[in-house]
Design a protein around this ligand. Structure first.
Ligand code: ME8
Length: 511
């Protein structure tokens, strides 16, 4: 199989508060793609990290009575610990306060100066510190006597200060042309349309430096200005692969990035500003921006400022990390917003993991242990029921790779769990326990096919629930790296005669 390189990123998180479920969701989604691509035996570089400059962080540090860097050291560590709790397979964790990052940001700035895309002027307009975003007057509404952004609902303040500008307006047509030529640059399609319409309506030049505070990367040769935090933050994707060293293997192998996974609230920065900066700096834009929806609690976006947070760490301690990963990936529709609750999480664990996939593994493994001394052998004579199950499975797996490649994880998971359901049904119908005395050969075939199905389902679910599926694959002596997804092309996964190892209960039912 041809090996390709994949560079997959999560957003880098603001260490302005404790991590919440939205952060967990973005990270797990990106991790699932990264694991899937690795399981296909591709070279993968998966990045996450923290976004540590700007007024939002400076204010958070002041509130904690800490120097900004000390404050960031402390909270960035909380996010780094979260990567372990979430079982992320990231290859690096970047902090924008690191030297390597400053180097990359300086280089990008210099390139934009050289290309003639930066000029000095004065910014007069609205700014939201919590979004670190500029808004035009027609995006501002008044609520309870306060000015807020109609887009995010965050409070805005009026800013007037000297600022460097990026000539975004001159990139409007080139961006539209770029979107046209790269139809899958922004997914899902609804987000793509949103961006195209916004750009078509006209782009204004963008303020890219601030003078009223100091916590940021200084504009080269002008200490009075710090670089706008979004120009700084977006560059993390380049600094982590050693830009500006263009001869570095990481840069050569992994740029342009394959996909930046982000939430829809930061789509404008990634799908408009970022490709414009890069095109101006003569660097290829990434291949894809995938903008997922929000996790909601009731009708509202779950966020610290709204105080409606389901704490991912508490959920993991109570229910387990595979359980949370599965629930978020299956139940939250990736394009649109999704409501989550503990009740739904429990229902999902019971119906899909404990009663379906977990039960399938347990019943087959314990039957073979108790009745076959852990050993089964496949025989030649397949039954029509066997053929039917194989056919149905082939049908359900037909589009799985493309579903995953288009970040269509909900469909992917639904198909795989259907395979598990059908396999349970096959066992119920075929009743291997009735064949113990007089048809050992047929019983062996049923059990062998069931194990084969379990192997397929486990490989397919591995990127989503890596801990449980690894236990199953180990008990089946299947090596993920050797096997990858070759069964989708008809290769056998398990040997004709197979001796299984012990398998403990995978998922406990919640009462
Ligand atoms: O935006 N549901 O950082 P951040 C789903 N530092 N996703 C959510 C969410 C929710 N309720 N709340 C937040 C930043 N997110 C910048 C990124 S990248 C160069 C810089 C997602 O910590 C949000 O959409 O505020 C974003 O993708 C990510 O969490 C980080 O949010």
């Amino acid at each position: 199989m041809k090996q390709n390189n994949f560079y997959i990123t999560t957003p880098i998180y603001y260490p302005s508060g404790q991590p919440h479920m939205g952060h967990a969701y973005s990270s797990i989604l990106a991790d699932v793609f990264a694991r899937f691509k690795r399981n296909e035996n591709n070279q993968v570089f998966f990045l996450t990290g923290t976004d540590e400059h700007g007024l939002k962080i400076q204010k958070a540090a002041e509130k904690s009575n800490l120097d900004p860097l000390k404050y960031c050291d402390k909270i960035s560590k909380v996010f780094k610990d979260l990567t372990i709790k979430l079982n992320l397979s990231n290859d690096d964790f970047i902090r924008t306060t690191e030297k390597r990052h400053h180097k990359a940001v300086n280089e990008l700035w210099d390139r934009l100066v050289k290309s003639g895309d930066i000029y000095l002027s004065k910014y007069e307009g609205w700014y939201s510190v919590s979004d670190e975003a500029y808004y035009s007057s027609d995006e501002i509404i008044e609520k309870d006597g306060k000015k807020i952004s109609s887009f995010s609902g965050s409070p805005v303040e009026w800013v007037e200060e000297e600022s460097f500008f990026f000539k975004l307006s001159s990139w409007q047509d080139k961006l539209l042309d770029f979107y046209e030529k790269n139809q899958k640059f922004i997914l899902p399609i609804s987000r793509r349309n949103e961006v195209v319409n916004f750009v078509k309506a006209g782009l204004k030049d963008l303020s890219i430096s601030r003078t009223s505070f100091t916590w940021g990367i200084k504009v080269p040769n002008n200490d009075k200005h710090v670089i706008y935090v979004w120009l700084d933050a977006l560059t993390n994707y380049l600094s982590a692969i050693n830009f500006p060293n263009l001869n570095d293997d990481l840069y050569k192998n992994f740029w342009p990035a394959s996909v930046h996974v982000i939430g829809k609230d930061i789509l404008r920065f990634h799908a408009i500003y970022w490709p414009a900066f890069l095109l101006a700096a003569k660097i290829k834009p990434p291949n894809r921006i995938f903008g997922h929806g929000w996790i909601l609690s009731g009708e509202e976006k779950m966020s610290k400022s709204k105080g409606n947070i389901l704490n991912p760490l508490e959920v993991i301690d109570t229910y387990g990390i595979d359980e949370l990963r599965y629930y978020l990936m299956k139940e939250v529709s990736h394009g649109s917003d999704g409501n989550i609750s503990l009740k739904n999480l429990e229902n999902c664990i019971n119906s899909d993991l404990a009663n379906n996939y977990g039960n399938l593994c347990q019943r087959v493994f314990s039957f073979i242990k108790n009745n076959c001394n852990n050993k089964v052998r496949k025989n030649k004579n397949k039954s029509t029921a066997d053929d039917k199950l194989i056919e149905q499975t082939n049908e359900l797996t037909k589009n799985l790779k493309s579903e995953m490649n288009d970040q269509n994880l909900n469909n992917y998971i639904k198909s795989v769990i259907d395979i598990s359901f059908l396999t349970n049904k096959y066992i119920n119908d075929e009743e291997p326990w009735k064949l113990k005395k007089n048809n050992i050969e047929k019983m062996n075939n049923i059990l062998h096919l069931s194990l084969d199905q379990i192997a397929k389902i486990s490989i397919l679910l591995n990127p989503i629930i890596p801990i449980a599926t690894s236990k199953v694959l180990k008990a089946l002596n299947v090596n993920m790296k050797e096997t990858n997804y070759s069964f989708l092309e008809g290769k056998n996964i398990i040997t004709d005669e197979i001796v299984i190892k012990n398998l403990d209960i995978l998922f406990k039912k919640i009462n």
